[in-house]
Write a protein that binds this ligand. Sequence first.
Ligand SMILES: [Zn+2]
Length: 136
Amino acid sequence: MGLRYSVNLENVDVHTAPLLESSHSYRSHGRFSKPETAVTYACQYCLTHLTVSGMVLSDQYRGKTGDAFLVHNVVNVINGKKEFRQMTTGAYTVCDILCHQCHSVVGWKYLKSNEKDMKFKEGKYILEVNTICSLD
Ligand SMILES: [Zn+2]
């Protein structure tokens, strides 16, 4: 297996993301406070780029391992097996997302929600804070 192409996040147009107004929807907490400038988030094991701070919709989520981000889009991941998962906010069809370089699980993707008011999560990603690191 050779080295696979990694998408360069600097070429991603973050302005196409439906960004929420930072003033009221984004409350910072913990060690991943909202940075003043754009930060790249990467797999903490192999530093493959996964997303940028402009893609983060919320940091108020909980993953399997602790704090997590809800993210508009990620790159350089492989989708795992589709599965049905019961969570505190309802039942979802999700698939784990794996770093395409080292295959560690970095979060999951919401494929489908059964709750009407949770539909906005469909197609969005959860990135587990414990599996990623930030690059300036
Ligand atoms: Zn990795």
